[in-house]
Design a protein around this ligand. Structure first.
Ligand code: ATP
Ligand code: MG
Length: 252
């Protein structure tokens, strides 16, 4: 479908087209569309732009990723659909491992996602078929499957759009978790060490830029970062937007 560039929801409609195509391709599961819709609603409340708080979280995340020993990005259908190029770029510049980790795991979909990432230049992709040979304690067998070379032995896991149960189980294993999640109330957001409340399509390129900056400087850098405070401020931004829209209605 041709979306007119001057449409007020142009970017959002473009993403919907991508989601639709990925569903057809089999990269995305049907429930992935529902997850996207929940994200859209929160993005609307956020004002559909990267906030100052998200920028702070991205900077803290970049430092944590650069200092990690065995960082991994956990990839599901939604992010393989929306930011395949950025996943591969991130894996090369850090470097870090890519692991496919699906809530609705089927071998067929693992292969579809692998092919999509390979098209964007990925070479090693973990978590496919027999490679998911370990399990996260406390989860049922299918949802708990992970790769020993990847998430199982990682110290930092980036989980864009992760399910709350799994994020909590990873946290219990002692991992440091970086989430990118538009829903500041989700269990994933609340249990993570760093929560980037932003759309993955905006946050991932910024995260890559921050990592490049950090690497160029080659100096030890620490920033103070309080995740609860950051989430609280993101909620406040949404609240203020709601108040603003309410006032506009009252003015009519
Ligand atoms: P939890 O299971 O952690 O309590 P949840 O039920 O809200 O949270 P899920 O439905 O399991 O979360 O996962 C999808 C999450 O991903 C949603 O919170 C949604 O807001 C978020 N999300 C969807 N699309 C995007 C996107 N493009 N960028 C960032 N976050 C997104
Ligand atoms: Mg959930």
């Amino acid at each position: 479908m041709d979306i007119p560039k001057n449409h007020p929801r142009y970017e959002s409609l473009l993403l919907r087209e991508k989601i639709k195509d990925c569903l057809k391709e089999g990269v995305l599961s049907e429930v992935g569309i529902a997850a996207h819709g929940r994200g859209e609603a929160f993005d609307y409340l956020l004002g559909e732009k990267t906030t100052e708080e998200a920028d702070k979280a991205i900077k803290a995340a970049a430092i944590m990723i650069c200092k990690a020993e065995t960082p991994v990005i956990s990839v599901n259908g939604n992010i393989a659909c929306l930011v395949p190029g950025e996943i591969v770029q991130l894996s090369k510049i850090v470097p870090l491992k890519i692991e496919i980790n699906l809530f609705y795991r089927t071998y067929e979909r693992e292969i579809k996602i692998k092919k999509r990432l390979e098209k964007y230049g990925a070479t090693t992709i973990l978590g496919i078929g027999e490679n998911a040979n370990e399990s996260i304690p406390g989860l049922d067998s299918l949802r708990g499957k992970v790769s020993e070379e990847g998430i199982f032995n990682s110290d930092v896991v980036i989980v864009p759009l992760e399910d709350g149960d799994r994020a909590l189980a990873l946290k219990k294993m002692g991992k440091k978790i970086i989430a990118i999640d538009l829903n500041p109330f989700s269990r994933t957001s609340l249990c993570s060490d760093i929560t980037i409340v932003d759309n993955v399509v905006r946050a991932m390129p910024k995260l890559i830029e921050e990592i490049k900056k950090f690497k160029d400087k080659r100096i030890e850098e620490c920033i103070e970062f309080d995740n609860s405070e950051n989430i609280r401020k993101s909620i406040e931004i949404m609240k203020n937007n709601l108040i603003h829209w309410e006032e506009k209605i009252n003015e009519r």
